[in-house]
Ligand binder design. Sequence first.
Ligand code: HEM
Length: 160
Amino acid sequence: MKLSTLALAAALGLIAAPALAEEQPVDPYTVSDANAGTAPITDPAVFKAFHGQGGVNRIVASLIGFYHTDPRLTDIFHAADFERLQRLLGEQFCYILGGPGHYTGRDMASAHKDMGLQVRDFDALVEDLQSAMDKEHVPNWAQNKLLAKLAPMKRAVVTR
Ligand code: HEM
Protein backbone atom coordinates (compact mmCIF):
# COMPACT_ATOMS: atom_id res chain seq x y z
CA MET A 1 0.00 0.00 0.00
CA LYS A 2 1.38 3.39 -0.96
CA LEU A 3 1.97 5.96 1.79
CA SER A 4 -0.74 8.25 0.49
CA THR A 5 -3.23 5.39 0.56
CA LEU A 6 -2.21 4.62 4.15
CA ALA A 7 -2.66 8.24 5.15
CA LEU A 8 -6.09 8.31 3.53
CA ALA A 9 -7.09 5.05 5.25
CA ALA A 10 -5.93 6.45 8.60
CA ALA A 11 -7.83 9.69 8.03
CA LEU A 12 -10.98 7.75 7.24
CA GLY A 13 -10.52 5.76 10.43
CA LEU A 14 -10.04 2.51 8.54
CA ILE A 15 -6.89 1.71 10.50
CA ALA A 16 -7.43 0.85 14.17
CA ALA A 17 -6.11 3.49 16.55
CA PRO A 18 -3.69 2.20 19.21
CA ALA A 19 -5.39 1.16 22.47
CA LEU A 20 -6.12 4.19 24.65
CA ALA A 21 -5.88 2.16 27.82
CA GLU A 22 -2.25 2.88 28.54
CA GLU A 23 -0.91 4.29 31.78
CA GLN A 24 1.57 7.15 31.74
CA PRO A 25 4.93 6.49 33.41
CA VAL A 26 5.62 8.12 36.79
CA ASP A 27 8.85 8.76 38.70
CA PRO A 28 10.12 5.66 40.54
CA TYR A 29 8.85 5.05 44.09
CA THR A 30 8.90 2.25 46.63
CA VAL A 31 5.86 -0.01 46.32
CA SER A 32 4.32 -0.91 49.67
CA ASP A 33 0.88 -1.52 51.14
CA ALA A 34 1.86 1.14 53.68
CA ASN A 35 1.38 3.66 50.84
CA ALA A 36 -2.36 2.99 51.10
CA GLY A 37 -2.24 5.22 54.17
CA THR A 38 -4.06 2.96 56.61
CA ALA A 39 -4.36 -0.65 57.76
CA PRO A 40 -7.06 -2.88 56.26
CA ILE A 41 -10.43 -3.36 57.95
CA THR A 42 -10.42 -6.84 59.52
CA ASP A 43 -14.18 -7.48 59.76
CA PRO A 44 -15.03 -9.51 56.59
CA ALA A 45 -18.64 -8.24 56.75
CA VAL A 46 -17.46 -4.87 55.42
CA PHE A 47 -16.00 -6.13 52.12
CA LYS A 48 -19.11 -8.28 51.75
CA ALA A 49 -21.35 -5.23 52.27
CA PHE A 50 -19.45 -3.54 49.42
CA HIS A 51 -20.33 -6.56 47.25
CA GLY A 52 -16.72 -7.64 46.99
CA GLN A 53 -14.34 -6.83 44.19
CA GLY A 54 -17.17 -6.23 41.70
CA GLY A 55 -18.81 -3.70 43.99
CA VAL A 56 -15.53 -1.89 44.62
CA ASN A 57 -14.85 -1.74 40.87
CA ARG A 58 -18.31 -0.31 40.18
CA ILE A 59 -17.91 2.29 42.94
CA VAL A 60 -14.50 3.37 41.62
CA ALA A 61 -15.89 3.57 38.07
CA SER A 62 -18.75 5.82 39.16
CA LEU A 63 -16.43 7.95 41.33
CA ILE A 64 -14.20 8.45 38.28
CA GLY A 65 -17.32 9.37 36.36
CA PHE A 66 -17.81 12.23 38.83
CA TYR A 67 -14.23 13.40 38.18
CA HIS A 68 -15.35 13.97 34.57
CA THR A 69 -18.69 15.60 35.36
CA ASP A 70 -18.72 17.25 38.82
CA PRO A 71 -17.96 20.93 38.08
CA ARG A 72 -16.21 21.14 41.47
CA LEU A 73 -13.69 18.51 40.31
CA THR A 74 -13.34 18.61 36.52
CA ASP A 75 -10.56 21.24 36.46
CA ILE A 76 -8.52 19.40 39.08
CA PHE A 77 -8.75 16.12 37.18
CA HIS A 78 -8.57 17.45 33.62
CA ALA A 79 -5.03 16.15 33.03
CA ALA A 80 -5.25 13.02 35.16
CA ASP A 81 -4.17 9.57 34.03
CA PHE A 82 -7.55 7.90 34.48
CA GLU A 83 -6.23 4.45 33.61
CA ARG A 84 -3.73 4.58 36.45
CA LEU A 85 -6.14 6.32 38.82
CA GLN A 86 -8.89 3.75 38.27
CA ARG A 87 -6.50 0.85 38.81
CA LEU A 88 -4.95 2.34 41.94
CA LEU A 89 -8.18 3.54 43.57
CA GLY A 90 -9.56 0.05 43.02
CA GLU A 91 -6.47 -1.49 44.60
CA GLN A 92 -6.48 0.95 47.50
CA PHE A 93 -10.18 0.63 48.35
CA CYS A 94 -10.05 -3.14 48.00
CA TYR A 95 -7.00 -3.33 50.28
CA ILE A 96 -8.51 -0.99 52.90
CA LEU A 97 -11.81 -2.88 52.84
CA GLY A 98 -10.00 -6.12 53.65
CA GLY A 99 -10.34 -7.56 50.17
CA PRO A 100 -7.67 -9.43 48.18
CA GLY A 101 -4.63 -7.86 46.53
CA HIS A 102 -2.15 -5.13 47.26
CA TYR A 103 -1.90 -1.39 46.78
CA THR A 104 0.90 -0.55 44.37
CA GLY A 105 0.50 3.23 44.08
CA ARG A 106 2.23 6.17 45.70
CA ASP A 107 1.60 7.31 49.25
CA MET A 108 -1.13 9.93 49.66
CA ALA A 109 1.19 12.87 50.38
CA SER A 110 3.38 12.18 47.30
CA ALA A 111 0.39 11.46 45.04
CA HIS A 112 -1.23 14.82 45.87
CA LYS A 113 1.73 17.08 46.41
CA ASP A 114 1.86 20.37 44.51
CA MET A 115 -1.88 20.16 43.73
CA GLY A 116 -2.76 22.81 46.30
CA LEU A 117 -5.88 20.89 47.27
CA GLN A 118 -8.30 22.52 49.71
CA VAL A 119 -10.74 21.18 52.29
CA ARG A 120 -13.65 21.93 49.96
CA ASP A 121 -12.06 19.75 47.24
CA PHE A 122 -11.73 16.91 49.74
CA ASP A 123 -15.34 17.33 50.86
CA ALA A 124 -16.58 17.35 47.25
CA LEU A 125 -14.75 14.09 46.51
CA VAL A 126 -16.14 12.46 49.67
CA GLU A 127 -19.67 13.53 48.71
CA ASP A 128 -19.25 11.95 45.28
CA LEU A 129 -17.87 8.79 46.87
CA GLN A 130 -20.96 8.64 49.07
CA SER A 131 -23.18 8.94 45.98
CA ALA A 132 -21.18 6.15 44.31
CA MET A 133 -21.59 3.93 47.39
CA ASP A 134 -25.34 4.74 47.55
CA LYS A 135 -25.66 3.73 43.91
CA GLU A 136 -24.06 0.38 44.81
CA HIS A 137 -26.51 0.08 47.76
CA VAL A 138 -23.73 -0.16 50.31
CA PRO A 139 -25.40 0.19 53.72
CA ASN A 140 -24.53 3.29 55.73
CA TRP A 141 -22.77 1.40 58.50
CA ALA A 142 -20.33 -0.06 55.94
CA GLN A 143 -19.92 3.26 54.09
CA ASN A 144 -18.93 4.82 57.40
CA LYS A 145 -16.19 2.21 57.91
CA LEU A 146 -14.50 3.27 54.68
CA LEU A 147 -15.08 6.98 55.28
CA ALA A 148 -13.54 6.67 58.75
CA LYS A 149 -10.41 5.21 57.13
CA LEU A 150 -10.22 7.96 54.51
CA ALA A 151 -11.00 10.95 56.75
CA PRO A 152 -7.55 11.12 58.42
CA MET A 153 -5.93 11.19 54.93
CA LYS A 154 -7.18 14.76 54.64
CA ARG A 155 -3.98 15.80 56.42
CA ALA A 156 -1.81 14.30 53.66
CA VAL A 157 -3.99 15.33 50.72
CA VAL A 158 -5.06 18.89 51.63
CA THR A 159 -2.14 21.27 51.48
CA ARG A 160 -3.74 24.71 51.72
C1 HEM B 1 -8.91 10.17 51.00
C2 HEM B 1 -8.99 10.79 49.85
C3 HEM B 1 -8.21 10.40 48.64
C4 HEM B 1 -7.71 9.18 48.26
C5 HEM B 1 -7.81 7.86 49.00
C6 HEM B 1 -7.03 9.38 46.99
C7 HEM B 1 -6.38 8.39 46.27
C8 HEM B 1 -5.60 8.62 45.17
C9 HEM B 1 -4.77 7.64 44.51
C10 HEM B 1 -4.68 6.17 44.89
C11 HEM B 1 -4.11 8.26 43.50
C12 HEM B 1 -3.11 7.64 42.52
C13 HEM B 1 -1.73 7.57 43.15
C14 HEM B 1 -0.63 7.23 42.18
O1 HEM B 1 -0.70 7.63 41.01
O2 HEM B 1 0.36 6.58 42.58
C15 HEM B 1 -4.56 9.63 43.49
C16 HEM B 1 -4.16 10.59 42.59
C17 HEM B 1 -4.81 11.79 42.42
N1 HEM B 1 -5.75 12.34 43.24
FE1 HEM B 1 -6.42 11.53 44.94
N2 HEM B 1 -7.15 10.69 46.63
C18 HEM B 1 -7.86 11.33 47.60
C19 HEM B 1 -8.23 12.65 47.60
C20 HEM B 1 -8.14 13.48 46.52
C21 HEM B 1 -8.80 14.76 46.41
C22 HEM B 1 -9.64 15.43 47.49
C23 HEM B 1 -8.50 15.23 45.17
C24 HEM B 1 -8.99 16.50 44.51
C25 HEM B 1 -10.26 16.88 44.58
C26 HEM B 1 -7.65 14.26 44.52
C27 HEM B 1 -7.09 14.38 43.26
C28 HEM B 1 -6.18 13.53 42.72
C29 HEM B 1 -5.48 13.77 41.47
C30 HEM B 1 -5.68 14.98 40.54
C31 HEM B 1 -4.60 12.69 41.29
C32 HEM B 1 -3.57 12.51 40.19
C33 HEM B 1 -4.10 11.96 38.95
C34 HEM B 1 -3.00 11.94 37.90
O3 HEM B 1 -2.15 12.83 37.86
O4 HEM B 1 -2.98 11.05 37.09
N3 HEM B 1 -7.47 13.21 45.36
N4 HEM B 1 -5.45 9.83 44.51
